[in-house]
Design a protein around this ligand. Sequence first.
Ligand code: GLV
Ligand code: GLV
Length: 329
Amino acid sequence: SRPKVFVARRIPDEGLNAIRAVCDVDVWPEQLPPPPAVLRRHVADCDGLVSLLTDRVDAELLDAAPKLKVVSNFAVGFNNVDVAACTARGVCVGNTPGALTDATADIAVTLLLAAARRVGESATDAKEGRWLTWEPLGWLGSDLAGRTLGIVGMGRIGFAAAKRLHGGWGMKVLYTARGPKEDADKELGATRVELDELLARSDFVSVHADLNPTTKGLFGAAQFAKMKRTAVFVNTSRGPLVDQAALAAALRDGTIFAAGLDVTDPEPLPTDHELFRLPNCLIVPHIASATIDTRNAMARLCANNLLAGVGGAALPNWVNPEVADKRRA
Ligand code: GLV
Ligand code: GLV
């Protein structure tokens, strides 16, 4: 019989149709995620699950789905998935790296430029009647050319952001990473440093590290204090890397100049949150991968992982390949 699959939200047809060709598919039709108990009920007799970053895949869910063979996450990040719990139960996990590298780097650069040049704040001022005349001292921001960029987490996305800013604006690139990155050193003349040195020397700090227990809360009061008072901070990774109360304080008291965020904690960020009231904080609603081509490409990768998972083949983008010799038949 055909494998059963639950897809936890509508994803682009390119992915959905590929899955439908092989599997019986149940697609969650609503805009908001299925609540955990509803998700558990829908996966109870499923062989495969397409999850989103808003769906928590934990031991409780897995224990409610004894036939589940694969969790195909429609995202490059997989902090919403308890991978160890999946591996322990013989469940394969897939993600969508590569597909969204360029789109995410574009949003990092967009936020960096917009925060540096006060685009959000000045556009609001213009619309709300505070554009009184051309002001020699109005809305002054910072230049990018020749400045120093600090990339925290030099993976695919960090590299793509650095490449744009080095190539386009001649920025000098510093980075942190678990190990040396030869491509970055060679192509971008980048230098790997400790985080504290990066924070002290960078004019722009852009976060691209994944969220895991070692990066949670990586940016707190001590880290903002080490940054330049002129620094611009950009996060397109995951909200919990940042202590938002500390960030708000740093933006309010001028410890740093501005911030641009694609991600927050929680998401959505409540509209009465202090960060929304700070004119030097620009927040967009986790849109880094939101282009038509990128979401289509993610859907294809996601479908390929799902189909490999239900078919017993190697996942093209396999988060836990160590599960191979004990995966569920
Ligand atoms: C988006 O945040 C992703 O991880 O793909
Ligand atoms: C990280 O998620 C990357 O794609 O570099």
